[in-house]
Design a protein around this ligand. Structure first.
Ligand code: ADP
Ligand code: MG
Ligand code: ZN
Length: 476
């Protein structure tokens, strides 16, 4: 029997608004505990929430980017439960009437595209943060995060492997970042994921019993926890057993999942419409204005980079991994219109440099203008490729323009035939044995001679010319 997993993901994305969803407190991360609180987000009696328009704008952006249908009227509901990080005793969320439904995104695996359905997108508020100090036997609560806006994005159970789940999450995060509405940092918790998974016999039309995996704090954890759970459920089914519906926690230290609570202990949240908030009605013109303002999305950009610039899929994928990197590439291209050359220099030396120095593309010590200038110097034969790399390194260290470095250090390529002929003669005179060997058929020695001439000219010789002259003089 062959089994297949069925996976659906619930993602919580923290929105990058300045202030919280229902009050004017800042959403700033990393400040001293309880410095961004007020009677509204602390849930004092008698206060009223007021919806932050920016939150709706951001959520609508995501809904449009994922081809969802927006509800003309949606509603906020109270999700009731007790926990010390939830001062009101309920979380304001959307339940029966969410903002948006029935969308999809596309993922790509090994060059194959696949649609993953989006069931719904709704807005809600975040809870506070508890930190536990078991040694002193106490817990602390920080309400700075209480009321920070979230959108929850629920997928259809369309995902069929751990690899597809990771691809879906990465694509979702990339879209959120392109839209500039969430910073997508999984480790810091601004992008969180719960994974629902069941296993069934291939060809079966109904789904099996699912478990829900929590505590997935990185893409690696998601993939690993799913792989473990696929194996566990498959083993149970193979032996004719039954999977229990439960919530399981992933433990990265022990590399296993364990049961957290079963179906019987599942919460009943007793949702009901929040009487403090009026139904949310979206105006058609307002939605259309947001739609017009949407940027080109990652997959579209990748396709365009392949079509318009003739780049391989691999290059296009990397260059569109962030909007800023894609912009850098296209700015560079405006002054130096050779896409593959620009791509090679960005993907190789530039990303290597940024990686080792832990810098983002916006922090690059080499501007797109400076890189284009360097590439033009190579193209025009002013410097050779090898010197160009040393100029690149110096640009990275000093932030100077390539022309200035080349002039100051006298790195201009030597293409004067008479100068090079003299250098070649000198080298040949100094290596009589190698010359004899070469003429006796050991033509591999050409590289040795080229190297010697390069050394004699401090790397500045035009390598093409040196080759020509060497061959001529050695055959003569
Ligand atoms: P809940 O309200 O308990 O979270 P939902 O019906 O909203 O349940 O589903 C949550 C997620 O679980 C969705 O992403 C959905 O695609 C997924 N899901 C539902 N049924 C299954 C199943 N049998 N196997 C795998 N995933 C499932
Ligand atoms: Mg759930
Ligand atoms: Zn507040």
């Amino acid at each position: 029997m062959r089994f297949e997993p069925v996976i659906g993901l619930e993602v919580h994305a923290q929105l990058k608004t300045k202030t919280k969803i229902f009050c004017g407190c800042l959403t700033a991360f990393g400040d001293p505990p309880n410095t961004h609180t007020c009677p509204v987000c602390l849930g004092m009696p008698g206060v009223l929430p007021v919806l932050n328009k920016k939150v709706v704008t951001y959520a609508v952006r995501m809904a449009l980017a994922t081809h969802c249908t927006l509800a003309p009227v949606s509603r906020f509901a109270r999700k009731n439960y007790f926990y010390p990080d939830l001062p009101k005793g309920y979380q304001i969320s959307q339940y029966e009437e969410p903002l948006a439904e029935k969308g999809y995104i596309e993922i790509e695996i090994d060059g194959q595209r696949k649609r993953i359905g989006i069931t719904r997108i709704h807005m809600e508020e975040d809870a506070g943060k508890l930190t536990h100090d078991p040694r002193r036997g106490l817990s602390r609560v920080d309400f700075n995060r209480t009321g920070v806006p979230l959108i929850e994005i629920v997928s259809e159970p369309d995902i069929r492997s751990a690899q597809e789940a990771a691809a879906y999450l990465k694509q979702l995060r990339s879209i959120l970042r392109y839209l500039d509405i969430c910073d997508g940092n999984m480790e810091e918790g601004s992008f969180r994921c719960d994974a629902n998974i069941s296993v069934r016999e291939k060809g079966e039309r109904t789904f099996g019993t699912r478990t829900e995996l929590k505590n997935l704090n990185s893409f690696r954890h998601v993939e690993r926890a799913l792989a473990l759970e696929i194996d566990r459920q498959t083993e149970i089914l193979k032996e004719g057993g039954r999977v229990l519906q439960e919530t399981r926690l992933y433990d990265p230290d022990r590399d296993r999942t364990r049961s957290m609570r079963g179906k019987e202990e599942a919460h009943d949240y007793r949702y009901f419409p929040d009487p403090d908030l009026v139904p949310l009605k979206l105006h058609k013109d307002w939605i259309e204005a947001i739609r017009k303002g949407l940027p080109e999305l990652p997959m579209e950009k990748k396709d365009r980079f392949m079509d318009a610039y003739g780049l391989p899929a691999y290059d296009a994928e990397i260059l569109t991994s962030s909007r800023d990197l894609a912009d850098y590439f296209e700015h560079c291209l405006r002054s130096f219109p050779r896409p593959k050359t620009v791509s090679n220099w960005i993907m190789g030396p530039l990303l290597g440099l940024l990686n080792t120095r832990h810098l983002s593309i916006q922090e690059s010590p080499i501007s797109h203008g400076a890189l284009a200038e360097l590439l033009a110097l190579i193209e025009d034969g002013v410097i050779n490729r090898k010197i160009a790399k040393s100029v690149f390194d110096e640009m990275a260290d000093t932030g100077k323009r390539p022309k200035a470095i080349v002039e100051k250090k006298g790195l201009v390529q030597v293409s004067d035939a008479r100068v090079l002929e003299a250098a070649v003669q000198q080298v040949l005179r100094q290596s009589p044995e190698e010359v004899q060997a070469y003429r006796a058929g050991k033509t591999k020695l050409l590289g040795y001679f080229v190297g010697q001439v390069m050394k004699a000219t401090k790397g500045k010789a035009n390598p093409g010319l040196v080759n020509e002259i060497l061959k001529k003089q050695l055959s003569g």
